[in-house]
Design a binder for this molecule. Structure first.
Ligand code: NDP
Ligand code: 2IT
Length: 452
């Protein structure tokens, strides 16, 4: 039995229902398997078996009271996946779809992503099946307080440092931080993505989107091209999508789409600063639906996305580049074929694992510049790492300084991926480049630290 088959059998036997976790493990195993033939020590050390078993999983009850006095119970999680190269680090997701398998896939990806950033961060992820949509600020606050009333025992500035992800932004981080501080009587950098006035970093809100576009620019530069004048499809309309659009506009590209879980808008004239400001107000302040964009801007059309659709028509428009920034598995095989047919030759993933394996294979087969999430969206966690540094030093860097560091990190991730892909005999394959680079640093640290 090959290493890949052995590990896949192991994870499927142990955790049969965790589809997304199996998908993430399978991709990494395919990339790193050839290394085990060259360095049998890794097999002897059982590094693959150790990597797929979280160091610790915390699962807890989160009871809270709504504005009408009704009691609700949600489930809270924190997956402490790997701490070989630093404290556990990774976001919290609040979304009704959250379950153990989804958070394990995200925590697993985070281990390799964080390793790629070159900063000292292990990998973790957490969250809840709580749905913040339609809840009042006070309900969200009570939920966050209840969530932290358990989580505070397990996290800490040198132990495990959560941040935002889907459904968790500055508001939620504020409520979580307040409760941690009250329970511990300590003002420390236990969370990142904090607001500026109390320990947050400039550029953290922008970091994932900006970083993703910096990574795309680096990929294009390998073909002597820039983003100027490129038509870009962007999905999502949350934190990552908004700042992807902002940086695309900075660089002279033309973003034409945005989406949420109900549907998407296609704007033939392209988004501009004014339209983006409307989206930020709509999504971050009024917490409304993207449909409103098409009511406001007549150059755009809205298309509803229904669960019975076999493909997502957002990906079926003529364009040069695609930036999936919503959620996992949002590009299926048919979507990938449509993108290729429509002339898209660059895909940079702002979201985590947005493309199903068939789509990834198609992109690589057809020679697209394909930047997988763990490389292309590493800018967010990188600036979280820089926020931790600033908190430890008790000082704050300027916007220019943080942005410059972010840009350097994204360039360095790109270069490392290209070099590793060449060494692996798969030049230009950023999936192999990212997985191999992320893997080697983590497993070498694990071996140095013994069987623990
Ligand atoms: P937000 O909550 O700010 O925005 C999420 C967006 O995606 C919303 O537009 C949301 O629509 C849409 N969406 C969420 N779930 C689904 C779904 N099941 N189907 C269709 N659309 C959906 O989250 P972020 O922008 O922070 O995160 C987006 C992606 O980027 C995620 O994959 C996340 O893991 C990844 N990421 C985030 C980082 C960060 O720093 N925030 C860093 C690296 C990666 P709706 O409003 O209808 O729910
Ligand atoms: O997926 C991710 O990298 C994030 N949600 C950000 C994690 C972080 O710790 O900033």
């Amino acid at each position: 039995m090959s290493d890949v088959e052995r590990i896949m059998q192991l994870v499927k036997d142990k955790d049969p229902g965790e589809r997304e976790f199996h998908q993430a493990v399978s991709e990494v195993m395919e990339s790193v398997a050839p290394i085990l033939d060259r360095y049998p020590e890794y097999r002897h050390q059982r590094v693959l078996e150790r990597l797929v078993e979280p160091e610790r999983v915390i699962l807890f009850r989160v009871p809270w009271v709504d504005d009408a006095g009704q009691i609700h119970v949600n489930r809270g999680f924190r997956i402490e996946m790997n701490s070989a190269i630093g404290p556990y680090k990774g976001g919290l997701r609040f979304h009704p779809s959250v379950n153990l398998g989804i958070l394990k896939f995200l925590a697993f990806e985070q281990v390799f992503k964080n390793s790629l950033t070159t900063l000292p961060m292990g990998g973790g992820k957490g969250g809840s099946d709580f749905d913040p949509k339609g809840k009042s600020d006070l309900e969200v606050m009570r939920f966050c307080q209840s969530f932290m009333a358990e989580l505070f025992r397990h996290v800490g500035a040198n132990t495990d440092v959560p941040a935002g992800d889907i459904g968790v932004g500055a508001r939620e981080i504020g409520y979580l931080f307040g409760m941690y501080k009250k329970l511990r009587n300590e003002f420390t950098g236990v969370l990142t993505g904090k607001n500026l006035g109390w320990g947050g970093s400039l550029i953290r809100p922008e970091a994932t989107g900006y970083g993703c576009v910096y990574f795309a620019s680096e990929m294009l530069a390998t073909r002597n091209q820039t983003l100027e004048g490129k038509t870009c499809l962007v999905s999502g309309s949350g934190n990552v999508a908004q700042y992807t659009v902002e940086k695309l506009l900075d660089l002279g590209a033309k973003p034409v789409t945005l989406s949420d879980s109900s549907g998407f808008i296609y704007d033939d004239a392209g988004l501009d600063r004014e339209k983006l400001a409307f989206v930020k107000q709509l999504k971050n302040v009024r917490r409304g639906r993207i449909k409103e964009y098409s009511e406001k801007f007549k150059t755009s059309v809205y298309t509803e996305i229904r669960p019975d659709m076999t493909h997502n028509p957002l990906w079926d428009h003529k364009a040069n580049c695609a930036f999936p920034c919503a959620t996992q598995n949002e590009i299926n095989g048919q979507d990938a074929r449509n993108l290729i047919k429509n002339g898209v030759y660059l895909v940079a993933e702002g979201a985590n694992m947005p493309t199903i394996p068939e789509g990834v294979d198609l992109f690589i087969e057809h020679g697209l510049l394909y930047g997988p999430g763990k490389a292309a969206n590493a800018g967010g966690v990188s600036v979280s790492g820089l926020e931790m540094t600033q908190n430890s030093m008790r000082l704050a860097w300027t916007r220019e300084e943080v942005d410059q560091r972010l840009h350097m990190i994204m360039k360095s991730i790109h270069k490392t991926c290209v070099e590793a892909s060449e060494q692996a005999g798969k030049p230009g394959n950023y999936v192999v480049g990212a997985n191999v680079t992320g893997f080697l640093k983590v497993v070498d640290a694990m071996i140095d630290q013994g069987v623990v």
